[in-house]
Design a protein. Structure first.
Length: 504
């Protein structure tokens, strides 16, 4: 069997599902290939959405689905040191506690509404690309061809390996077991509920309800093998920590993860791209992995759609690596730093207590809270207004909110000056112009108040591509860079290859 699509996404986790939604909103023929036969997820995996991820879902009008399904809470933390972000300048100054299985299901429901097909129960055998496209061969012989393929298939990504992209970083030094299982009531010992620190590492025991299964996380005494963990492995690890396994039995699932930190050397090779865990893996402390992957998807989605729709050149895809690779590199570094602070020796404990004291001060708290929540990300788009490269604040505009203008994943130019004073006729087929009013202050995480611009060009991912005042110097260049060359027509004067913008 053979099928052809504009884009094939391998992996129906949070990153792949959100990327497919982004592409579908732009009218792209996209299909997902997934090895699981349904959306069921074995294991706990990630457990929450950070503030910036909630914002990007809000940009598409679906954030309320996730907020209603989870528990609003202060999720931000560094090395298990709580960081209060309730005063951060965001409409969502909080996190949402929600297991990955539920996050995936909500995303899958949304992609179904957008009519994204998912080929389930398929393993990838090989991926071969050339100048015209990419062929993905599945284990059953099914061949799926596309203009572009995106690997969202996890840390062991078949797409990354097939494309020959190196996965560089640090080898694991410790391994951990996660499980959900039953414990015996007649052991004569009350379980040591809660988080525990000792010479081995960090451990936790909790109930999923008043009765029934318990969730276990234990650090193993020795680095565990790559093989699937067993009940015996879990029992031994619990005895090492608690001197008993509490008669643990009947596991619903057991999984192992490590503190390995790796990142793809390139997020793009020709027509093959990587996102999420296929591009970066690290210890889950701080809960940044899933969130970083979903933010990868929103950065990549509109760029890939523009290239496939022929409104932007192929080189636009190179900005995906340029922008997102440094973001994940910082996540890897701070994950390793956090794990170092959790070592149980006296000197590290003293260092962690000192770090906690520092992070209780306003400036460090705000800086690290914004970092861990993804709110401080700035893409290097050159010199200009302080907004340039940062996420656009969700302003309360006359008649609506700024993020409501991004629901269709299209770029928007907000004009705060005289209505009609900015003429971008050459991009009218791609960029929406909104004449708006806003009288409040402009405030950004970490930076604080910034000068109010006369106009702001917002990319579909919510980041600012240009901001300034009349005579709008640099706006034409920004429009061309991000959304392709102008289309000649009324209101456009093309002289010497330079586009002149009309303004009142």
């Amino acid at each position: 069997m053979r099928s052809e699509h504009a884009v094939v996404i391998v992996g129906a986790g949070p990153t792949g599902l959100l990327l497919s939604a982004e592409l579908a909103l732009s009218g792209i023929d996209v299909v997902i290939v997934e090895r699981r036969v349904d959306q069921a997820l074995i294991g706990a995996r990630a457990g929450g959405l950070h503030s910036r991820t909630i914002e990007i879902l809000d940009q598409r009008g679906v954030a309320d689905r996730f907020i209603r399904a989870g528990d609003v809470t202060q999720l931000a933390g560094f090395a298990q040191i709580r960081l209060d972000i309730s005063d951060v300048p965001s409409r969502h100054p909080y996190g949402v506690a929600l297991w990955q299985s539920r996050i995936e299901q909500l995303l899958a429901d949304w992609t179904e509404e957008l009519a994204v097909p998912i080929l389930r129960g398929h393993q990838v055998r090989s991926v071969v690309g050339d100048d015209t496209g990419v062929a993905v061969e599945l284990a059953d012989g099914h061949l799926v061809r596309a203009e572009y393929v995106v690997g969202c298939d996890g840390g062991r990504s078949a797409i990354r390996k097939g494309a020959g992209i190196a996965f560089e970083g640090w080898e694991p030094t410790a391994s951990y077991l996660l499980a959900e299982a039953e414990i015996s009531a007649d052991t004569g010992r009350e379980p040591a509920w809660g988080i525990r620190h000792d010479a081995l590492g960090v451990h936790a025991l909790s109930r999923t309800g008043d009765v029934g299964p318990v969730r276990v996380m234990v650090t193993e005494r020795n680095l565990g093998p790559a093989a699937e963990p067993t009940l015996d492995d879990l029992s031994r690890a619990m005895i090492d920590v608690y001197q008993t396994d509490y008669g643990i039995h009947s596991p619903a699932w057991i999984s192992r993860f490590t503190d390995a930190a790796r990142q793809a050397a390139a997020y793009r090779r020709g027509r093959v791209l990587l996102a999420g865990d296929a591009a970066h893996v690290h210890h889950p402390i701080g809960g940044q992995g899933l969130n970083t992957g979903m933010q990868d998807a929103v950065n990549l989605g509109w760029k890939l759609a523009a290239v496939v729709n022929r409104t932007a050149p192929d080189r636009l895809l190179d900005t995906y690596h340029a922008e997102r690779h440094p973001v994940a590199a910082r996540v890897l570094r701070n994950a390793m730093a956090q794990m170092t602070l959790l070592r149980a020796d006296d000197r590290t404990t003293a260092l962690r207590e000192t770090t906690a004291e520092l992070l209780s001060m306003d400036e460090p708290r705000k800086r690290y809270g914004a970092m861990m929540s993804g709110l401080d990300i700035r893409y290097d788009l050159g010199e200009g207004h302080p907004l340039l490269g940062r996420r656009m604040p969700d302003l309360d505009l006359a008649g609506g909110r700024a993020y409501e203008l991004l629901h269709q994943a299209r770029p928007v130019l907000l004009n705060f000056g005289r209505p009609g004073s900015v003429d971008i006729a050459g991009w009218a087929d791609r960029v929406r112009v909104a004449d708006v009013e806003y009288a409040g202050k402009w405030e950004l995480p970490v930076l604080g108040p910034v000068a109010a611009p006369g106009a702001v060009l917002i990319r579909p991912d919510g980041h600012v591509a240009w901001a300034g005042d009349a005579p709008y110097d640099g706006l034409a260049d920004a429009l061309t860079t991000w959304f392709g060359p102008p289309t000649a027509g009324p209101g456009m004067d093309r002289t010497g290859g330079r586009v002149q913008l009309g303004y009142g």
